[in-house]
Design a protein around this ligand. Structure first.
Ligand SMILES: C[S@@+](CC[C@H](N)C(=O)[O-])C[C@H]1O[C@@H](n2cnc3c(N)ncnc32)[C@H](O)[C@@H]1O
Length: 557
């Protein structure tokens, strides 16, 4: 069916009924919040009611006498349903077209949902063409929407990607709605309080993204202005269940306060939003359904990407135990060296056409005359140290002696275990010998008799890198000549490696690797698959194994 046909079939019934803004539609409750619940907010396990199953049954018996108000509500809801139906048909049409074009191949990300919404917008089929404050007629608390673009179509949240939507009123920006996606550490601690992180603060994308200070502009300014005037803000939570993600309307909130704090050295804005009291709570209204839904929600995604875009692939956090998120830590992808640390480079290899197992390649020579990796990047047997080519080598980045320095390529997932805290697994199969990840943290020196809680199964975020006297003469700013040994401390800053659990028969082996410096006292701690690892199996290593010794367990390629 063509888009024209679809539009013809559905006519103009979903035309806007909005009044001139500012239209404050929060008649269902306007009391300032007084008492706030303190129980943990299980936002990802909240019973998300579908629009069709909403408690107000507008298709109920026509014989019942209905008031004009109810009649209006019925009409509003009908319009919402019609607009969504129209959207779904265009979306399906575009998706089918896209699938046929792709023939199974990946051509690049195309947001078909946005495209479908844009087509509806051009035809004037958006509900409430003007933005407005408060509830949107026809939409009830607890309504669930599968696609983000649907929120724009029905006027709940007009931004396709940005979390804060706002409009200009009397020359000033005011927030109309926020989507709590969990992406920016929106720690929804209780059912009534939402700590919402401001927008901005990143320049560029993926690995090249640079952290900058957030500014009090656009959405952040709009939230601040809304606080001043006590304007209500719609809150929509992104939830995850077995069927995927969805967006649930949670009702109206006020901004109570906001502040600026440092995150990884840069300023970010935090807004405390309080749910307006007296509004329906879909979780409390029908507790039997709530329990049923909670138990059917065996494992929910509580954080979309714990690396916040810093890794090559997203690392989602799944929790089927208690709905909690991991404790806050700074996600870093490289070892954080202290200021005094200087990279000591020996001369690298001169191989301009890639390295090979010959004495002409200096790096190969350091590796006992062989390249320690297969062409596919699997490690050829554990050894005391692997010397990868590095910044002083002339070989290209694609050289087969550069494996771990490119970072992990595994689709990791963090998950909550019943009794061991968080663990790590891979969504895809990992073949024996493949590089899994590095254990990164802050590199610290330890003093002679300083006790570090690591090893002997009590590992708690540290890896001891072995001992050795540190020559203070080469350390700027250090005057303590008795310091010996180094540790990687991942308690406050680390990567996915800090969540890997212990096993006496592990499926990962620990391998010391050098590439960006030649100081053997502080090698990179790299983890490789010790065997073939099926998808979703917990990744484990042997904490008791001293990292300055060759791994004692066997593995085969
Ligand atoms: C490197 S952390 C691993 C991540 C940790 N599970 C968490 O939630 O942050 C090591 C800690 O995890 C727990 N742990 C890891 N493996 C374990 C095991 N096999 N049995 C019991 N506790 C374990 C212990 O508390 C240990 O101190």
């Amino acid at each position: 069916m063509s888009e024209k046909q679809i539009l013809r079939i559905y006519g103009n019934s979903s035309n806007s009924t909005s009044s001139e803004h500012p239209s404050f539609n929060f008649s269902r409750s306007l009391k300032r919040p007084k008492v706030y619940a303190t129980r943990d907010f299980p936002e990802h396990c909240e019973p998300a009611k579908s629009l069709a199953s909403c408690s107000r049954n507008y298709d109920a018996s026509v014989n019942e006498a209905v008031s004009p108000k109810e009649e209006q509500e019925k009409m509003d809801r009908k319009k919402v349903k019609e607009a969504l139906k129209l959207f779904q048909e265009i979306y399906k049409h575009l998706s089918d077209e896209e699938k046929a074009k792709r023939k199974g191949e990946f051509i690049g990300a195309r947001r078909t949902d946005i495209e479908a919404a844009e087509r509806l917008k051009k035809k004037g089929k958006f509900i409430h063409s003007k933005k407005q404050f408060g509830h949107i007629p026809g939409i009830s608390i607890g309504d669930r929407f599968r696609l983000r673009a649907e929120l724009a179509v029905i006027g709940l949240h007009r931004q396709y990607t940005s979390g804060i939507d706002y409009m200009v009123h009397e020359g000033k920006k005011f927030a109309t709605s926020v989507v709590n996606s969990g992406r920016y550490e929106n720690k929804a601690k209780t059912v009534d309080i939402l700590i919402y992180s401001g927008q901005g603060g990143r320049k560029g994308f993926g690995n090249k993204a640079e952290q900058v200070d957030q500014k009090l502009e656009r959405g952040n300014l709009a939230l601040a202005n809304s606080m001043e005037r006590e304007y209500p803000i719609r809150v929509i939570h992104k939830c995850h269940d077995k069927e995927g993600s969805s967006y649930v309307y949670d009702g109206l909130y006020f901004v109570k306060r906001f502040w600026r704090e440092k995150d990884q050295g840069k300023f970010v804005f935090k807004f405390e939003l309080l749910r307006i009291s007296g509004q329906e709570k879909f979780s409390r209204r029908n507790p039997i359904e709530s329990r049923k839904l909670k138990s059917s929600c065996k494992e929910c995604c509580v954080v979309g990407d714990v690396s916040e875009g810093r890794e090559n692939m997203q690392i989602s956090v799944m929790n089927g135990v208690d709905g909690e998120k991991p404790e806050i830590f700074s996600y870093i992808t490289e070892v954080s060296y202290p200021e005094w640390f200087k990279e000591i480079h020996q001369s690298g290899c001169d191989c301009t056409n890639g390295c090979s197992s010959s004495i002409r390649c200096r790096c190969s020579f350091k590796n006992r005359g062989e390249i320690p990796f297969t062409e596919k990047g699997a490690i050829i047997g554990p050894r005391p140290v692997v010397y990868e080519c590095g910044p002083s080598c002339k070989c290209p980045p694609s050289c087969m002696n550069r494996v771990t320095q490119h970072g992990p390529r595994i689709k990791f997932e963090l998950f909550k275990t019943e009794s061991r805290g968080w663990g790590v697994r891979s969504r895809s199969y990992i073949s024996s010998g493949s590089f899994v990840c590095e254990f990164v943290g802050k590199l610290r020196q330890i003093k002679d008799k300083q006790k570090v809680d690591c090893g002997q199964g009590r590992f708690s975020g540290f890896v001891k890198l072995g001992s050795g006297k540190y020559d203070a003469s080469s350390a700027e700013g250090s005057s303590d000549r008795n310091e010996t040994g180094f540790i990687l401390d991942a308690k406050e800053s680390g990567n996915v490696g800090r969540f890997i659990g212990y096993s006496s028969s592990p499926n990962l082996l620990i391998q010391r690797v050098l590439y960006n410096h030649d100081d053997e006292r502080m090698p990179h701690i790299m983890m490789f698959a010790a065997k073939n690892i099926p998808p979703m199996q917990e990744l484990t290593c042997d904490y008791d194994h001293p990292v300055d010794q060759i791994c004692r367990f066997q593995y085969r390629l």
